[in-house]
Design a protein around this ligand. Structure first.
Ligand SMILES: C[S@@+](CC[C@H](N)C(=O)[O-])C[C@H]1O[C@@H](n2cnc3c(N)ncnc32)[C@H](O)[C@@H]1O
Length: 272
């Protein structure tokens, strides 16, 4: 596997530019479940300066502002930044790359990246950048999905593609999607970037989606890499994948709603 960080970055960037609304509608109620554990992990308090990296629709930034922090959100997608500004008019958001933050050294008391690391071509650079912009004694935390055996939304789509489709389609090669979905790899990443006292804990989360095709639609229309995998399938195959996914969500369905376990790891560390 030869990684293509620049091509991968362009692919991710183009993807995120097109889906701010879809992402907000499909994932907003899910990724927000990690916010309080993240803000607790960095011990965010009133008066602290706080950075939300890969801020997307700005959920973490907004919650941090409500805790009384001085907040900046940074995301490389102009469309995501525009959406964050629209949703949270009282919070500052700026365009910027997590792997090369447009910020000086030692500016923040705390920083968080909520489900951003798995979208980066060079995640090690982003961890170093988070470290660089933080003050000594500051805490950084990130969230990442647990492996697909536990995150049932991913298990269902990947299994359906394996059963009926072509799982090895040509997409720009990025790091493995589930690379950091492992407590040891999170710990290692934190230590290599220079953070001390790493801690990794699991949080339970539940993804509530419309019954039937809610999961298929969310994966196809509101993600980047998984959407790329689905869209690369032939139409007849895609229909089989959709039918399989619809059947598989059956046992998680309650009335009009599907409830899928989607736990996450929260990893944190201190800048010495
Ligand atoms: C899964 S979303 C997470 C959004 C948000 N943090 C949340 O709590 O839901 C991933 C976000 O990372 C952003 N992103 C991906 N690669 C990036 C990069 N290299 N630099 C900055 N942002 C990036 C995308 O634009 C997208 O908004």
């Amino acid at each position: 596997m030869i990684l293509e960080p620049e091509k991968f970055r362009s692919f991710e960037h183009a993807g995120w530019e097109g889906i701010p609304t879809g992402y907000h509608e499909a994932f907003g109620s899910l990724t927000t479940q990690a916010i309080e554990p993240l803000l607790d992990a960095v011990r965010l308090k009133k008066g602290m300066s706080f950075l939300d990296i890969a801020s997307g629709p700005g959920y973490v930034a907004s919650a941090a502002a409500k805790r009384g922090a001085t907040v900046l959100g940074v995301d490389f997608s102009a469309a995501m930044v525009a959406q964050a500004k629209e949703l949270h008019g009282d919070v500052e958001f700026r365009e910027g790359d997590a792997e090369k933050l447009p910020l000086g050294n030692a500016l923040f008391d705390a920083a968080v990246m909520n489900f951003g690391i798995l979208h980066l071509g060079q995640p090690e650079l982003a961890l170093l950048e988070a470290h660089r912009v933080m003050r000594a004694g500051g805490r950084f935390a990130l969230s990442v999905w647990c492996k697909s055996e536990e995150t049932i939304g991913f298990a269902i789509v990947l299994r359906a593609v394996e059963l009926y489709g072509e799982p090895r389609v040509e997409l720009p090669e990025g790091p493995p999607f589930f690379r950091y979905s492992d407590a040891e790899e999170c710990t290692r990443g934190m230590l290599v970037a220079g953070f001390e006292s790493p801690s990794v804990t699991k949080v339970a989360q539940t993804w509530r989606l419309p019954a039937g095709d809610g999961l298929f639609n969310a994966m196809k229309n509101s993600t980047v890499r998984t959407a790329g995998l689905l869209r690369a399938q032939k139409p007849t195959v895609l229909k089989k994948i959709r039918d399989e996914m619809r059947a598989a969500v059956g046992k998680f369905t309650k009335g009009d709603i599907v409830e899928l376990p989607m736990p996450a790891w929260i990893a944190s560390g201190v800048k010495p």
